[in-house]
Design a protein around this ligand. Sequence first.
Ligand SMILES: [Cu+2]
Length: 127
Amino acid sequence: MRARLIFSGILAAAMGLSACGGSTGGSGGYVQPTGPSLASIEIDSGNLFFKPNKVEAPVGIVKIWLKNIESGSHNLVISGVPGFILEVNGDGDAQAKKVELKAGSFDFYCTLSGHRAAGMQGKLVVK
Ligand SMILES: [Cu+2]
């Protein structure tokens, strides 16, 4: 009981910190997995692309960075990973979150209107 209360406090503090990171709102109720990440993956976003648009990750907890290298706003969601979203606004903005991945091949894309169709999508291969 006590441990659970303490844990909730840490989580609330962590979420409070990330809320000050510059990107506002829209992150919903996504709860990052606890525990260390096995790998860190950086994906750059621009108008209108992801670089790289094919990435590999190990099974388990991975930290994914989205870094905006041009002006504009973008986000990154992964099909089959409900709630996970990274959002960037403006040149140089970056956001990172941990996600627990299962083996498989997943699409990642930007949900802003027209962006996916214009090329903002890629493949995430987890193995
Ligand atoms: Cu976009």
